[in-house]
Ligand binder design. Structure first.
Ligand code: GLC
Ligand code: CA
Length: 542
């Protein structure tokens, strides 16, 4: 664990705690479950885990509505167990990143309860955005649907850019700033290696609360609007300079990754400027269609911009907010659609989607910098598109009046064993139902099968670690529908995004192919990728 620069090249596994592993059989994932699976994660070969919010919370938005940042939700465990988990993860050689939610607190938070009990104009209300008005103070909309303002009994309105139970904090208030520096220290003192910053672009609001002038109904809209009143405002960067100072005061220094939905790589680079955050998610990559030209454009612009900033590029294909790649790539239109998901986007060919998802994993893991894997991605899981309406938990479902089904489809509990109907998660009735037939995708089945998606990812991670190739990337071919890139003199990745097969380049040796069952030197079929070693005549490389 000596390498303080680990975060520049790490593979980080996202744990959605509620659905990862259940330690006590109540149908809800928990800390004990994570602990029991550290061996699995180390065996898979990842370097770190990022755990989604596990703090005390009424759970109206999957824990992104925190009522006490220094306590653990009882269904997950307690702070002592959390500390023990961090220590155990370190013993397995895994770093631990937590999720911090600074844009809003739950309305159950002591601060918000105090604000409700206090009069307009009080210091308690000044920690949030309370405004007067006979109607909503402006036209801002909640990301989950509906207006972003809710009225309290004395007539004032408070701002919530997400669910009404997630009240936006006022970051121009010094008490808010000081509290979060203290929270960072609270968890850093417990051995945590870093934080993923939720809604990192949203903290600062225009002090005049001007109207937006249009409706932004979609979830996480990815358009950069100049001088947007509550997104990506310049003043947000001062906050992260303060956070960096706190992280740097630790030995080893702690690290950050920003959840920053911005379209322009130059805007993204501002979050990773010197003395600010270490890394930021690169969402344009996750949104790209399965198309050689589109992928090349986003990879190339990412590399160029990040090279200027000195921060490593990051790559992510799925997370708990978006459809899984097996599902998205299985459609005729493979782009990510803002705020839309499921059957409304058209039929899914799951086998096609999985073939592409496997090739995409080899592409992502061949790129320089940091890669994120979302739990179940290593199993090639699809979304569950048919969760019964009355089992949906995402606030998007209710806030949109049933128009948008939301994100539950990618949050289904993992199948650890082939036992049917959720029993493979560890309980007969997990908090979200599993689709039938997930037994064949279970961990138990896949670890025993070298051709499984698990087998592919585990081998890729081993090769990635052993080769330790230079961070530079050179394009050998990017014309047409084949992407061929080189890292250093010996390592190549070729991806065929076209409709016809292509021969493997001469003078190479196959290290790994996404169609693991194929002949090593067989031509590369459509939607397939290969990792190759370039022959140089020395024994080491042949
Ligand atoms: C982030 C989280 C998402 C959550 C939202 C509000 O986008 O990833 O799950 O709903 O923030 O906290
Ligand atoms: Ca449990």
């Amino acid at each position: 664990m000596a390498d303080v620069e680990w975060w520049r090249t790490a593979v980080i596994y996202q744990i959605y705690i509620r659905s990862f592993a259940d330690g006590n059989g109540d149908g809800i994932g928990d800390i004990a479950g994570i602990r029991s699976r550290l061996g699995y994660l180390a065996g898979l070969g990842v370097d770190a885990i990022w755990i989604t919010p596990w703090y005390a919370s009424p759970g109206n938005d999957g824990g992104y509505d925190v009522s006490d940042y220094r306590a653990i939700a009882p269904e997950y465990g307690d702070v002592h167990e959390a500390e023990q988990l961090v220590a155990a993860a370190h013993r397995h050689g895994l770093r631990v990143i937590l999720d911090i939610v600074p844009n809003h607190t739950s309305t159950d938070h002591l601060w918000f309860q105090a604000a409700l009990a206090a009069p307009p104009g009080s210091p308690e209300r000044a920690r949030y955005h309370f405004l007067d008005g006979s109607g909503a103070p402006n036209d801002w909309r909640s990301t989950f649907g509906g207006p972003a303002w809710t009225r309290v009994p004395d007539g004032q309105w408070y701002l919530h850019l997400f669910d009404p139970t997630q009240a936006d904090l006022n970051w121009s208030n010094p008490e808010v700033r000081a509290e979060f520096l203290d929270l960072l220290r609270f968890w850093f003192d417990r051995g945590v290696d870093g934080f993923r910053i939720d809604v990192a672009t949203g903290l600062v609001k225009h002090p005049g609360y001007p109207d937006l002038g249009y409706r932004e109904e979609d979830l996480l809209v990815l358009t950069d609007v100049p001088d947007h009143p509550h997104r990506d405002r310049d003043e947000v960067h001062a906050i992260y300079r303060d956070w960096r100072e706190v992280a740097d005061a630790y030995d080893p220094p702690r690290v950050f990754v920003a959840e920053a939905w911005v379209a322009d790589p130059d805007r993204l680079a501002r979050y990773v400027a010197p003395a600010q955050l270490h890394t930021a998610f690169n969402f344009p990559f996750l949104q790209s269609a399965w198309d050689a030209g589109d992928l090349f454009t986003v990879i190339d612009s990412t590399l160029r911009t990040m090279a200027l900033s000195g921060a490593p590029p990051t790559w992510v294909l799925s997370n708990h907010d978006v459809e899984r790649t097996v599902t998205r790539y299985g459609r005729a239109d493979t782009r990510k659609h803002q705020g839309r998901s499921g059957h409304e986007l058209g039929p899914v060919d799951e086998e096609l989607g999985r073939r592409r998802a496997r090739a995409a994993l080899l592409l992502m893991l061949a790129l320089p910098g940091v890669a994120y894997l979302y739990q179940g991605e290593e199993l090639g899981l699809p979304d569950h598109l048919d969760i019964p309406d009355d089992r949906l938990r995402d606030p998007i479902w209710t806030r949109s009046g049933g128009r948008r089904r939301g994100r539950d489809g990618c949050r289904v509990p993992l199948p650890w064993t082939p036992a049917p109907d959720g029993a493979g998660f560890g309980s007969a009735d997990p908090w979200l139902p599993q689709p039938s037939g997930w037994g064949r995708l279970s961990v138990a089945r896949q670890v025993a099968d070298p051709d499984s998606t698990y087998g592919l990812v585990a081998r890729a991670l081993r090769i990635r670690r052993e080769l330790d190739v230079p961070q530079e990337l050179e394009w050998v071919d990017r014309a047409g529908s084949v992407l061929r890139l080189r890292r250093g003199p010996y390592f190549e990745c070729v991806v065929n995004l076209g409709a016809t097969e292509v021969p493997l380049p001469a003078d190479t040796v196959t290290l790994l192919r996404s169609d693991t069952h194929a002949e090593e030197r067989a031509p590369l079929g459509p939607d397939t990728a290969a990792w190759l070693r370039v022959r140089d005549g020395t024994a080491e490389w042949t």
